[in-house]
Write a protein that binds this ligand. Structure first.
Ligand SMILES: *[C@@H]1O[C@H](CO)[C@@H](O)[C@H](O)[C@H]1NC(C)=O
Ligand SMILES: *[C@@H]1O[C@H](CO)[C@@H](O)[C@H](O)[C@H]1NC(C)=O
Length: 188
């Protein structure tokens, strides 16, 4: 078994499906399109992004990003990171449909999962993980989503909360929110 998957199944991550049904029953190879990507609070100005609308008649086109994400704190493997996916079902959010929690090595774990566009800012794989302070600008940047660690996902409308913080600190340094749609993989 792939060592990362093994880690998921043992110590690093809790990945669970919410109980009580309502989880989409159709899952498979997927693509994602993003409706909104913001910080968790209006007072936090570290994300300002305009993401092009998904065009159902041009499904093969990746979305185009304009704006910035401002990383104001250096992140390394002394951090934790967490991702929580809520899924839309019967007109309400089913919370914690999927939870990824990396109590340790939050930086490497994020680098391992993220699409190339973002993982490159965490340093080369195999070297100590470090996200340096910097403001990343997007100017008509085409963002491709490749998540080989997650070949299969249930299709649906998701609310994704990403947090990361220093070990021992309960309050995250970063808190981002994304609304996105996971759809059957285009061309498959
Ligand atoms: C990014 O954050 C730094 C540090 O807080 C700040 O000086 C800079 O103005 C910010 N950049 C933008 C585009 O908001
Ligand atoms: C981005 O694309 C828009 C629309 O195609 C164009 O008007 C604008 O000049 C482009 N900006 C940059 C920085 O390439």
């Amino acid at each position: 078994m792939d060592s990362f998957v093994f880690k998921i199944l043992t110590t690093a991550v809790v990945l669970r499906a919410a109980s009580g049904g309502g989880i989409p029953t159709f899952a498979g190879p997927w693509n994602v399109w993003i409706e909104r990507f913001t910080t968790c609070s209006e007072d936090d100005k570290r994300i300002s992004l305009k993401i092009s609308h998904f065009n159902p008649s041009k499904k093969f086109e990746n979305q185009v990003w304009n704006g910035f994400i401002n990383f104001t704190e250096e992140m390394d493997d002394t951090w934790w990171s967490k991702g929580v996916l809520d899924v839309r079902s019967n007109n309400q959010w089913k919370e914690n449909a999927f939870v990824f929690f990396f109590p340790k090595n939050g930086c490497s774990s994020a680098r391992e999962i993220l699409t190339e566009m973002f993982s490159k800012y965490f340093g080369k794989k195999g070297t100590p993980c470090r996200l340096v302070k910097r403001c990343i600008y997007f100017e008509n940047t085409t963002v491709a989503h490749e998540y080989p660690r997650f070949p299969i996902m249930p299709y649906g409308y998701y609310r994704f909360k990403i947090t990361a913080g220093v070990t021992g600190a309960k309050e995250p340094e970063y808190c981002f929110r994304m609304l996105c749609h996971i759809i059957p993989k285009i061309g498959s």
